[in-house]
Design a protein around this ligand. Structure first.
Ligand code: ATP
Ligand code: MG
Length: 443
């Protein structure tokens, strides 16, 4: 039962005056005993369809009248240009059939008023019914924007000869610190869900030199925030023979490429969501300034924020720091004590590490974390011991340095965070179909 014609094409004027067949779902309906209007929706848009009892006959007319919201239909009819209809077209029904009816005793539960209150009192209800909420306009638009973001990441790396590479999800050691590790029973032993692809990417760096992935990462984030999921999508890259500045340049170019792709592919979805396209164009067209950690601390202290040198900057600080940013900014050269062992100490001043975070404006905060890796055997052993990290789970990682180590580095970009920022979402869960947080693994 193939589908040949999509509503979006009809609304673009490709079938004016023609007899066509549409397949879709009832979005709204109303009418009288003689004439019945159905707004049909599919994945590409909506169109008003009109049935007259005299034309379609009593059986079809009654079936259409009985088709509740979200019933699936096949409709045949003539496309009329009609200025007053949504999208400028209307379908005059000649025949129709109900494919999948909806039981009147359990009508589609997602009502317009529940959706208007999506971020208020109805939040939990809509999350419980996430599988149905996905069909509503807002989620559909978010998912299309998300798809373009994924596509842009793939095209950025593939056009530059990066190899896509996969790492295991079950691992033995932490990348980002023990407090957010998910422990999994593993045949009498303990395993963990991966927090990042990075360590395994470094292992393949001498083989592939330029590699990337888009994969889920898992972090047991106990506090629920607007920017953390327990399962999020992580775009990561690693390059051989490159340092902090080359990696940063890729991060900047990638985020600008994603912004440009959204303008090219998702203008109408962004506009429907109320997003200002000039902002996205600004993120696509302008360079992203670099600022050292020390300068950020001074700026914050100058603004009266209580922050001490050596602290990692949490969201409360990022938010104040970024409030006047017009484009994303890089923060570089964090103190060594604030970062994990794999960050390379700066040879010019080993109090600092050669790293960067990219902070998005409009209050969205960190979207990328990256930097140069500690790449000699001597330095990595010093750093691991300094942090009292057990060596054993990292033996494979240390081996990368024992056999022809080279300068290298990479970054991780939070794909959901980028979707959230560029679509102007209020909450990260708005941009992922089935969000996971500390309280929810269903549906
Ligand atoms: P944060 O301080 O915001 O929790 P992080 O410094 O722990 O983030 P990194 O380890 O640097 O994050 O991970 C790289 C990127 O992955 C981050 O810049 C962010 O965009 C994204 N990210 C990290 N944790 C999460 C999460 N729990 N949910 C969604 N995205 C995340
Ligand atoms: Mg980080």
């Amino acid at each position: 039962m193939q589908k040949d014609i999509f509503i979006g094409e009809v609304q673009s004027g490709h079938y004016d005056g023609q007899k066509i067949e549409l397949k879709g779902w009832v979005n709204r309906s109303r009418g009288s005993k003689k004439i019945w209007f159905i707004v049909l929706r599919d994945s590409t848009g909506r169109i008003q369809c009109v049935a007259k009892k005299d034309t379609v006959g009593e059986d079809i007319f009654d079936a259409l009248r009985g088709a509740l919201i979200e019933s699936s239909l096949i409709i045949r009819g003539i496309v009329n240009v009609d200025e007053r209809s949504e999208g400028g077209h209307e379908l005059v029904i000649e025949s129709a059939e109900v494919v999948g009816p909806v039981n009147p005793e359990s009508p589609f539960p997602i009502t317009e008023s529940a959706m208007e209150n999506a971020d208020g009192g109805e939040t939990e209800f809509l999350l419980d019914n996430r599988h149905l909420y996905l069909r509503t306009g807002r989620m559909t638009q978010m998912l299309k924007i998300r798809s373009s973001v994924f596509g842009a990441i793939h095209s950025y790396f593939r056009d530059r000869d990066f190899t896509e590479y996969q790492a295991p999800c079950f691992v033995a050691g932490a990348v980002e610190g023990g407090s957010t590790l998910f422990e999994v029973p593993y045949f009498g032993r303990k395993a963990y869900l991966t927090q990042s692809w990075q360590l395994y990417a470094e292992a393949a760096m001498p083989a592939l030199e330029r590699l990337y992935t888009i994969a889920p990462s898992f972090r047991a984030e106990k506090s629920r925030t607007r920017r953390h999921l327990t399962e999020f999508w992580h775009a990561e890259m690693e390059i051989a023979w490159g340092g902090n500045s080359e990696v940063m340049q890729h991060g900047e170019n990638l985020v600008r490429h994603i912004s440009r792709t959204l303008i090219d592919e998702r203008e109408s979805e962004l506009s429907n969501l109320g997003r200002d396209l000039d902002l996205i164009a600004r993120y696509a067209d302008n360079p992203y300034p670099r600022m050292r950690y020390d300068e950020a601390i001074e700026t914050l202290q100058g603004m009266g924020v209580a922050v001490e040198w050596g602290q990692d900057l949490d969201y409360s600080k990022e938010k104040v720091l970024t409030q006047d940013f017009e484009v994303p900014h890089f923060l570089t050269h964090y103190p060594k004590i604030a970062k994990p062992f794999y960050h390379r100490p700066d040879p010019d001043d080993p109090k600092y590490v050669l790293c960067h975070d990219l902070l998005a404006p409009e209050g969205y905060g960190e979207i990328i974390g990256g930097g140069e890796r500690t790449w000699s055997e001597k330095e990595i052993l010093e750093r691991i011991d300094e942090e009292n990290t057990p060596r054993e789970p990292y033996e494979f990682y240390i081996d990368v340095r024992r056999y022809g180590g080279v300068p290298h580095g990479g970054f991780g970009l939070g794909v959901d965070r980028v979707c959230s920022w560029l679509s102007g979402a209020d909450h990260i869960r708005e941009v992922i179909p089935f969000p996971r947080d500390s309280r929810r693994v269903t549906p």
